[in-house]
Design a protein around this ligand. Sequence first.
Ligand code: PNS
Length: 164
Amino acid sequence: MKRRAIYPGSFDPPTYGHIDIIRRSLQMVDEVVVAVVYNPQKDNFLFTPQERIDMFKEELTEVGDRVIYDHFYGLLVDYVEQKEATIIIRGLRAVSDFDYEFQMALMNRRMKPGIETIFLMTGAAHFYTAARLVKEISSFGGNVDGLVPAHVVKRLKEKFAKNT
Ligand code: PNS
C-alpha cells in the first residue's frame, strides 16, 4: 500500500520553504497531497486556491504524480481521513513556530488518535521565510527575490498593482 501524507497549509503564496518541505517529504513517503486551505465564506487570502496550486505546479516540475494538489475546507483531520492518509506533514522553522504547531498537533491527535503529525525542519536557507512577511514586504514594493520563485514574485507584483 502506498504511504500517503497530507501537507496542509495556507501557502499564500508558496515559498521556497514550502517547496523544500515537499521535496523532503518525498524521501519518506510515496505520495504527498499538498492541501491548500480555503474558506468559502470569508476568504482572507491574497491568492485563490487554484492560483496557489498553480504556483506549486510551476515549480515542482520533477516530482511527477507523487505530488497531488487539492484544496480543503473544514477540519484537517476529517480531510486526512477522507483522503485515506494517516500522516500530516508540517514544516518547522524557528522556535516561534513551536507553540502553535504543538497545540495544533495535540488537538488533531485528540480528535483522531490514529493520525500522526510529522515535523520536518526546513533547510537553513529558509529558516525565516514566512509567506505572511513575503506578502507584507511585497505589498510595499520590497524585494522578495530568493524567498519565493521568480514566477511567484511576478504574481505578487501583479496582485499588488491591481489592489492599489
Ligand atoms: O499555513 P498555515 O496557515 O499555518 O496552515 C494552518 C492549517 C491550514 C494547517 C490549519 O489552520 C488547519 O488545519 N485548518 C483547518 C481547520 C482545522 O482543522 N482546525 C483545527 C486545527 S487543531
